[in-house]
Design a protein around this ligand. Structure first.
Ligand SMILES: *[C@@H]1O[C@H](CO)[C@@H](O)[C@H](O)[C@H]1NC(C)=O
Ligand SMILES: *[C@@H]1O[C@H](CO)[C@@H](O)[C@H](O)[C@H]1NC(C)=O
Ligand SMILES: *[C@@H]1O[C@H](CO)[C@@H](O)[C@H](O)[C@H]1NC(C)=O
Length: 290
């Protein structure tokens, strides 16, 4: 039971610290409270918690990997970011559900390749899919983004995603202009339901950064979308300026990024500009770490 408590605490610090750490004490937290259906990263929590226990593990594990340990989890997380850059939308968002198996090998002197069998969860339709993925981390003086290939991801259920996207698009194209007033979610874990699609959009846009910043030694999530401001629509693309706080579970850093991106149902999310901002000190928002 002590182990379970520790895992939940890690979960809070890892992926949802910004939601309610000021009000929830570890001993009062249950898994149910953590696994809120509207939380983007819900299904990564258990596996990440397990992974966090292996924080000390050798980064360069080779051969068959323990699927619950950090090296496999970190590589699998990159696949989540990749899927969001390819398929993400205000109504489609992927989380890593489970790593079934993993294998890592050196590729000559050029980098390292991970072969993974994983389950990913599409959060909005609440569907889980198994897929195989290959993640290659190039080695070199300059940090290059990992390369990802995903095979055998079954056709995504279309359900009402397209209709909802169309509606949201029309609304913000003609009748409304987005300007957030609070962080998504705010420091108490609350969010106006009308803002949820834009929170998803902020996470999808952030996935482009998280994908390209990932190494074998990182594990990124979005901590908070600080704000999103809609700019003038150009070429039928809704355009947004956005500030996000990411969280690297390995270094415990909370890097802040500014990004400019567009979205339309036809073109998906396109990131035009990203900028890493100087470190922010927000001690009042940080969780107690012990
Ligand atoms: C998602 O699906 C799982 C299994 O199909 C189910 O147990 C769970 O309650 C569903 N969650 C939501 C939020 O609908
Ligand atoms: C936009 O506003 C007009 C008039 O106020 C209304 O008729 C129309 O249905 C609205 N469109 C959307 C997409 O909400
Ligand atoms: C968004 O948040 C960042 C810092 O979190 C701040 O510097 C910026 O001014 C904010 N932008 C808007 C439009 O509120």
């Amino acid at each position: 039971m002590e182990l379970r408590g520790a895992m939940v605490l890690v979960v809070l610090m890892g992926t949802t610290w910004s939601l309610s750490v000021t009000t929830i004490r570890p001993e009062t937290v249950s898994m149910d409270a953590v696994a809120r259906p509207d939380m983007a990263e819900e299904n990564t929590e258990q596996t990440e918690a397990a992974a966090a226990e292996e924080a000390e593990e050798d980064v360069m594990a080779t051969g068959e990997l323990n699927p619950n340990h950090y090296p496999a989890q970190r590589a699998a997380k990159v696949v989540q970011h990749y899927l969001n850059t390819r398929h993400g939308s205000p109504y489609r968002l992927f989380g890593l559900k489970q790593v079934h198996s993993g294998n890592a090998e050196d590729v000559a002197d050029s980098g390292r390749k991970y072969q993974l069998e994983i389950s990913v969860h599409e959060i909005i339709s609440n569907t889980t899919e198994k897929c195989s993925a290959e993640v290659y981390f190039p080695r070199g003086e300059k940090q290059l983004p990992p390369q990802v290939q995903v095979s055998s991801l079954v056709e995504l259920p279309k359900t009402d995603v397209e209709a909802k996207e169309g509606e949201l698009y029309q609304e913000y194209r003609t009748n409304k202009t987005l300007r957030t007033e609070k962080r998504l979610p705010d420091s108490y874990g609350h969010m106006d339901p009308e803002m949820t699609p834009f929170w998803h959009l902020g996470i999808v846009a952030s996935s482009f950064i998280m994908l390209s910043e990932s190494t074998e030694n990182t594990l990124y999530n979005v901590a908070q979308v600080a704000n999103i401001t809609q700019l003038t629509t150009e070429n039928d693309q809704l355009k947004f300026d956005c500030h996000v706080l990411l969280h690297d579970m390995v270094s415990q850093e909370i890097p802040q990024w500014k990004l400019l991106f567009t979205w339309s149902p036809a073109e998906g999310v396109k990131v035009l500009q990203t900028e890493k901002l100087p470190h922010v000190h927000e001690c009042e928002k940080h969780p107690k770490t012990n």
